[in-house]
Design a protein around this ligand. Sequence first.
Ligand SMILES: [Zn+2]
Length: 382
Amino acid sequence: MVENTDDMKTLILTLILAASASATAPDFVRNADVCNGWYKAWDDKVTQEMQDLPFVIASHPDKDMLAKARKLNTRLLEYVTFYQMPADQYYQHANIKDHPEWVCIHADGKPGESADNANADWLTTCPNSPTYHEYVIKTVRLIMEAGVDGLFIDNGHPDRVCEGPKFGKHKHLYPDQDNNYAYRKLLEDISAVVKSYGADKIVIVNPGNPWEQWRGACDGQMLESYICSWAWDNRWKEEKILQYQKEWGAKADAGDAVIALSYLDHTKAPVRDDAFYCFAWARLSGFIWADWFTGIDTARDLYKVRLGPAVGPMKTNTGYYSREFKYGMVVASKEAMGASFRISAKDHPSVLDLYNTKFLKPGKSGDYEIKLDKGEGRVYTW
Ligand SMILES: [Zn+2]
């Protein structure tokens, strides 16, 4: 029984928080084929390719970028990190030097150092520190007030143990819990703030690869360096690609979005071949593909692909994998053997082979007869 309006308000807030914690991503995320990110200046070459993308991730966006995003019919997510801060520099609305109680303390009593090589002198932060938690929520409000469409939270991998209380550096919000628990709670609170600006505002977390623990506390997670990366010079083995498809495909289909980010131009294969292979595998797996514009010169047509909702799950066939969508189909031939298959010309009178930028012509059988070499990715649209 709710006695008065204050109790009613508390009850409603509790219900909203519970709903947001278990909510799945909005439709524009669930049905996205591709999204992208760009941390440098928004020059004409790149902004042209942002047109109509479901969302774009930007670092320190200003009013001009936000206006550009609106004009380009795309949503803008702001890059943030709640894992680390520069040791003595104003960053994300604060300088950690003024807040020593935010610093994560390791078992030896020393401050946590960033695992990010590019930020060697950065310190890790403690999500279990009450004033840090407070600061993060305040910062999220400031960012959302500027009118962006949500957050891309990088480095979603807190230092698991903080001995701040043991060394008298700070107290913990959750004294009996580790920092993974505290970070999950922080994500839930961040999501609640973001969703309070609209149901279509979103939170994407990047732990490197999706973590089970963050499911339900955000709209989606990133799988960074998917198949192709600057960190290696060969594609992933098919076995590893399939492992992610098996582990995260059904979850992605159910609304826990996975953004698969491939960095192109680091293998011996042509960039366009790698791009189509990565894209095909991402969509076979139910993932949203991104390349941070590393394929802009040779595979920009992939940014425009709109396949619509999946018609069924991925199919495993002799020599290839395939998945049908409302407006097309993706195919990846196996890494060890080529593929030979047909697409019904009766069902699909007009089919564009995006890789070859040609409409398919029926063969002797009356259907489209397709042959692929091993390790190829294709997108057919109708
Ligand atoms: Zn701590």
